[in-house]
Design a protein around this ligand. Structure first.
Ligand code: PLP
Length: 508
C-alpha cells in the first residue's frame, strides 16, 4: 500500500476543520481513498481470504474513547491498513468461495459512490424526483431482461422497488398479503393465518413471518427429499394446505425459492402457484442468488411459472455486480404493498403525491428514508450492457462446471447434489475413507473428516469455503461468483483441497 504523507494543515498541534465538506479537501482525500482501494484490489490475493484474527482483536489495538482533536486521513488510513484489514474477510478475493458471492464491480462501486456523494433521501417523489424515476425505469429494464411477465412492470400495472435485503422484501410482501387477507376475514383472525415454506427456505423468512405477527405454530415447514433434489413437492404443499383448511386455519403466503441457499434447489413455480391460486394465497419467489442467472436465456426456464406469483425478488448485490445492498423486488399489485405500508403525515404532503401521478417509495418499504440505490443498477446495466453481464455469469457457471468435473473425476470425492448454477456441493466420499481404514467408516466419520477439511482449508488463508448439511450429510459448498475469480483460482483451490484431503485421509 502507498505511503501517506501528512497534509500541512495537520502539522500544527491543533487544527480545526472549517467545514465537514470542504470541496478541495474532499477531492484530495477522495483521490487518496480511491487510490487506496485500487491498491487493495491489486493486492487482494496477498491477504488471508478469511480473517484469521481472534475475537476482540480490535479492542487491543484501538483506544477506548474517541479522539477530541482531529486526526489526518493519512493516519486513519494507516491504522485501517494495520488494524482493520487483518480483521476483514475479503469477500472480493478471487478465492472467496464461501456462502454466496457478494460481487461488486467498478460500475457497482461507482454507483454507490455517486449515491453516497449526492446523499439524497428519496422517500417520496418530490424529495428527489430523479431518484424515484430512475428506480422506476431501471426496475422495468431489469424486469424485462429477466422476461418477467408484464404484470410485474410499471408499464403493465405492477412495479419494482429497491430494498436493502431479501428479508425486507419478504417482510413487506408478507405484510401486504396479511393485511389484504385480514381485510377479508377480520383483524381478529390474525392467529389463523398460515405461511408455507420448505425445509430449504432461507431462515430469513421465518424471521419475517415472526415480525409480521404470524403465530410460529402456523409456520408450515414442508420437508424436501433427495429424490426431488430438495425442491418443494407440490403434493406435499397441497396436503399441508388441505389439512390447515380442514383445521379451520387460513392459508396466507407461500415462499418459493429459485436457488436455495444450501444447494440451489429450484421449487416448481408453476404447479405451486396453481395450488396457491385455488386457495387465494400470496406466492413470493425468492431468487436471491440464482435470479441474476435468469438474464441468460439458457437459465430463464428456472423462472417458468413466475407469472402465477404475486411477488419476486433477487439480490443484485449477490450476483449482479451491484455492491451491497441492493435487493430488487417486483410486485404485481403495488396497491397491496401501499395499503400495508403507507403513511400520510402532513409534513410530507405535496401536490405531486396528491396528483397520484407519482410513486412515493416510502409506501413500498418498511423504513421512511431510503438511499438512491437505482444509480448502482443504472451504472451496472449501462457500463457492462446485457452482453457482458451474461458473459460474467456464464463465465462463473463454466468455472463451476470445470470444478465439478475435477471433483467428479477424482474417486476420493463425490458430488452431493447435482449442480444447477455456479455452486458445487461436494465432499470426501465414504469410499475414499473406507480405502484408508481397516474398519468401515460411519456416516459420522465421513461428516467429521469433511468438517476437518473445511476447517483446515480456511485456516490456510488461501481459500474460504463454507459447508452445508442436507439429509444428514455434511458437505462443502464451492460457490463461484467473485468479480476477480478466474480458472487459475479454481485450479489452485482444487489442488489445495486435494492436498489437505490427502493429509487428513492419511491421518485418519
Ligand atoms: N434467500 C436466499 C435464497 C439466500 O441465499 C439468502 C442469503 O444468502 C437470503 C434469502 C437472505 O438474503 P438477505 O441477506 O438479503 O436477507
Amino acid at each position: 500500500m502507498g505511503s501517506f504523507n501528512i497534509h500541512p494543515d495537520f502539522q500544527n498541534e491543533f487544527s480545526y476543520a472549517t467545514s465537514p465538506l470542504d470541496p478541495e479537501e474532499f477531492r484530495r482525500q477522495g483521490h487518496m481513498v480511491i487510490d487506496y482501494l485500487a491498491d487493495y484490489y491489486q493486492n487482494i490475493e496477498k491477504y488471508p481470504v478469511r480473517s484469521q484474527v481472534e475475537p476482540n482483536h480490535l479492542k487491543s489495538h484501538l483506544p477506548d474513547s474517541a479522539p477530541y482533536n482531529p486526526e489526518p486521513i493519512e493516519n486513519i488510513l494507516r491504522d485501517l491498513q494495520k488494524h482493520i484489514i487483518p480483521g476483514l474477510t475479503h469477500w472480493q478475493s478471487p478465492s472467496h468461495f464461501a456462502l454466496f458471492p457478494c460481487a461488486t464491480s467498478t460500475a457497482g462501486f461507482l454507483g454507490e459512490v455517486l449515491s453516497t456523494g449526492f446523499n439524497v433521501v428519496g422517500f417520496n417523489w418530490i424529495s428527489s424526483p430523479a431518484a424515484t424515476e430512475l428506480e422506476n425505469i431501471v426496475m422495468d429494464w431489469f424486469g424485462k431482461l429477466l422476461k418477467l411477465p408484464g404484470s410485474f412492470l410499471f408499464s403493465g400495472g405492477g412495479g419494482g422497488v429497491l430494498q436493502g435485503t431479501t428479508c425486507e422484501a419478504m417482510l413487506s410482501t408478507l405484510a401486504a398479503a396479511r393485511d389484504q387477507m385480514l381485510r377479508k376475514i377480520g383483524r381478529n383472525n390474525i392467529g389463523k393465518l398460515v405461511v408455507y415454506l420448505s425445509d430449504q427456505t432461507h431462515f430469513s423468512f421465518q424471521k419475517a413471518a415472526q415480525i409480521a405477527g404470524i403465530n410460529p405454530s402456523n409456520f408450515r415447514v414442508i420437508s424436501t427429499t433427495k429424490d426431488d433434489e430438495f425442491s418443494l413437492c407440490p403434493n406435499s404443499v397441497r396436503s399441508a394446505i388441505i389439512a390447515d383448511v380442514e383445521g379451520g386455519l387460513v392459508p396466507l403466503y407461500l415462499c418459493a425459492t429459485v436457488g436455495t441457499t444450501l444447494s440451489t434447489a429450484v421449487d416448481p413455480l408453476g404447479p405451486i402457484c396453481n395450488i396457491a391460486e385455488e386457495y387465494d394465497m400470496w406466492v413470493h419467489v425468492d431468487a436471491a442468488y440464482a435470479g441474476s442467472a435468469c438474464i441468460c436465456p439458457e437459465f430463464r426456464h428456472f423462472l417458468d411459472g413466475v407469472e402465477g406469483a404475486n411477488s419476486f425478488s433477487l439480490n443484485a448485490h449477490k450476483w449482479f455486480f451491484s455492491s451491497l445492498d441492493c435487493c430488487c423486488l417486483w410486485v404485481k399489485d403495488p396497491s397491496a404493498l401501499i395499503k400495508a405500508l403507507s403513511t400520510k403525515p402532513e409534513i410530507l404532503r405535496n401536490q405531486a403525491t396528491d396528483s397520484k401521478q407519482v410513486v412515493d417509495y416510502k409506501d413500498w418499504q418498511i423504513s421512511l428514508s431510503r438511499r438512491f440505490r437505482a444509480l448502482k443498477l443504472w451504472l451496472v446495466l449501462r457500463s457492462y450492457g446485457v452482453v457482458n453481464l451474461q458473459k460474467f455469469i456464464r463465465g462463473h457457471v463454466n468455472m463451476a462446471e470445470h470444478f465439478e468435473q475435477l471433483v467428479a473425476m477424482n474417486k476420493r470425492f463425490e458430488i452431493v447434489v447435482p449442480r444447477k448454477f455456479s455452486l458445487v456441493c461436494f465432499r470426501i466420499s465414504p469410499s475414499a475413507m473406507n480405502q484408508n481404514c481397516k474398519i468401515l467408516s460411519t456416516e459420522e466419520d465421513v461428516n467429521l473428516i469433511n468438517q476437518k477439511l473445511v476447517e483446515s482449508l480456511n485456516a490456510s488463508g488461501h481459500v474460504y469455503m463454507t459447508h452445508g448439511v442436507i439429509g444428514g450429510i455434511y458437505f462443502i459448498r464451492f460457490a463461484i461468483g467473485g468479480p476477480l475469480t478466474d480458472y487459475r483460482h479454481v485450479d489452485m483451490a482444487w489442488t489445495l483441497i486435494k492436498d489437505h484431503a490427502d493429509a487428513l485421509l492419511k491421518a485418519f
